[in-house]
Design a binder for this molecule. Structure first.
Ligand code: UGY
Ligand code: MN
Length: 251
């Protein structure tokens, strides 16, 4: 919220191929299964995305979780706080900043906060492929995921949170760019992105326009949205992004 004596002007942009939405603009939703939590729906099919992405703030002692439609997979990434995760069966995990996981379709994804928990969530209809088995749950901790040199530059590091194997139809990656570094081309690709800015700031190029972006901004990039980025500011820029991968085009 702005003070009443401030201008309303903002950076929000909603276009056919992309959306840039700073966090301050999202009202809170109360969702079934998340009573007591404040959920912001960052992206949904209503803007053209073929997935749903959320930011959930779960107060201490409160539980939240999604129902179990058989075809939907759920990714989570803890931004702050502590708690516990269960898939409703064998998987029980402690949650702290950087804990993440991809839960397969047909399983629950339930979160209980010990301290106020802020978790980024993404849900998508799993795309089965002939001859390929559905993946098993994949869980980990961000600090343990190697930061790999990307694009031959030690100033550009990529963490791949989900195995890049055919049973998985999505990628969740984290980029860390030192100031002045970023994507050295304008990419244009069939895959979508749901991007949450974790740290720092920079300039994002989206469909012929450069825009300032910073921590807690959300960006949706639709298929074939021309895109590029470079980091500015005193600290490295970091963002986590979703990408649909490993499946052919549906015709
Ligand atoms: O993996 C990617 O497509 C990535 N290079 N895109 C991006 O960061 N906008
Ligand atoms: Mn891309």
């Amino acid at each position: 919220m702005r003070a009443l004596d401030q201008l309303v002007h903002g950076r929000t942009r909603l276009r056919a191929r992309y959306a840039l939405m700073p966090l301050e603009g999202y009202p809170v939703s109360r969702l079934p299964g998340w009573a007591g939590a404040e959920v912001k729906v960052l992206a949904s099919p209503a803007i053209g995305a073929q997935f749903a992405q959320y930011l959930a703030d779960v107060p201490a002692g409160v539980q939240g979780g999604f129902p179990v439609p058989p075809q939907v997979e759920t990714f989570h990434y803890v931004l702050s706080g502590t708690g516990r995760f269960t898939d409703g069966a064998a998987v029980q995990r402690a949650l702290k900043p950087g804990s993440f996981g991809l839960t397969p379709p047909g399983c629950r994804a339930e979160f209980t906060a010990a301290e106020p928990l802020r978790v980024l969530l993404l849900r998508k209809r799993y795309e089965p492929a002939a001859g390929i088995e559905v993946f098993s749950g994949s869980y980990g901790e961000e600090p343990e995921v190697p930061r790999q040199v990307w694009g031959d530059s030690p100033h550009s590091l990529l963490q791949t949170l989900i195995p890049d194997e055919l049973p998985f139809d999505l990628a969740m990656n984290i980029f860390t760019f030192d100031t002045g570094f970023g994507l050295p081309i304008i990419e244009t690709h069939v895959m979508e992105h749901g991007l949450y800015f974790l740290q720092g700031k920079g300039l994002y190029y989206l469909d012929e326009e450069w825009m300032e972006v910073e921590k807690d901004d959300f960006i949706w990039m639709g298929p074939f949205c021309p895109q590029s980025f470079y980091a500015t500011g005193p600290e490295p820029a970091r963002y986590i992004y979703y990408k649909n991968v490993n499946r052919d085009v549906t015709i």
